[in-house]
Ligand binder design. Structure first.
Ligand code: ADP
Length: 236
């Protein structure tokens, strides 16, 4: 009964947090559409500003809803995982090529890419790596460095995603994997810093758990962060 109660409480908190997160973009969209209907028809500048803002808020909302749906499917054990033998050096190569195209504000490097096979779902593993890399880009000022490396160890492939960004305070390091948790330092929505949802790392954690992978963090405020994934090899 206790366990059921805990699950029920977590479910309620999830629904309440999700509603709360959706409220802001909806309020902004409503505000801009009211503005447009009052003044947008006459003034082209107001019109453009309103349309841009609505489109950007809708995009954030879409992203948030995709993440909520992923977690809902995961909770209901409906998230599809198709495991096969995957050569990680190939997958990392693919992910890195895309990173090079998207990371226009940062220096990126693939430091090491050892061969190694894991038994995994390609789609979600890529999704997990993208979450770490997108965070590295989000929380690292322009000009900073983002590196990826994959190192073969006995029984494991150690995959590291490192940045030279704002870092994570020790008190936050455990909590960042909780749903909706965001460190105070990253809450201020500056120009350089797009606001997040606090859901990325909980999705990454779920994907890692499905593959018996461990995640650890090394970080110092103002110096950067390194996320380390220990992936069990199936060709060890
Ligand atoms: P989001 O990035 O959408 O806020 P995440 O769950 O991906 O949500 O991350 C949770 C929090 O962890 C972020 O809000 C940020 O405070 C912190 N964080 C994650 N990755 C990094 C990083 N590479 N550098 C600094 N802080 C990070």
């Amino acid at each position: 009964a206790d366990r059921l109660q805990t699950t029920e409480n977590a479910r309620r908190r999830f629904v309440s947090d999700a509603s709360h997160e959706l409220r802001t973009p909806v309020t902004v969209i409503k505000g801009y559409s009211d503005m447009l209907s009052r003044w947008g028809k006459q003034d082209p500048e107001t019109l453009q500003e309103g349309l841009t803002a609505i489109s950007s808020e809708a995009e954030d909302m879409q992203e948030l809803i995709e993440k909520l749906l992923f977690l809902a499917r995961a909770d209901q054990k409906r998230q599809i995982i198709n495991k096969e033998v995957v050569e990680m050096s190939q997958l990392i190569e693919d992910v890195f090529k895309k990173l090079e195209l998207t990371a226009t504000r940062h220096e990126v490097a693939l430091l090491q890419n050892d061969a190694g096979k894991i038994f995994a779902d390609k789609v979600t593993i890529k999704q997990m790596l993208r979450i770490f890399l997108e965070n590295a880009m989000k929380y690292t000022p322009a000009g900073g460095e983002i590196t990826l490396s994959s190192i073969r160890l006995p029984g494991y492939l150690k995959v590291e995603i490192a940045d030279t960004g704002m870092g994570i305070a020790p008190k936050d390091q455990e909590k960042i994997f909780q749903r909706f948790y965001r460190a105070d330092t990253s809450r201020s929505k500056g120009d350089e810093q797009p606001g997040g949802t606090g859901l990325g790392l909980s999705i990454a954690q779920w994907i890692a758990d499905q593959h018996d992978m461990g995640i650890s963090v090394e970080s110092a405020l103002g110096q950067g962060s390194k996320f380390i994934l220990m992936m069990p090899l199936c060709d060890a």
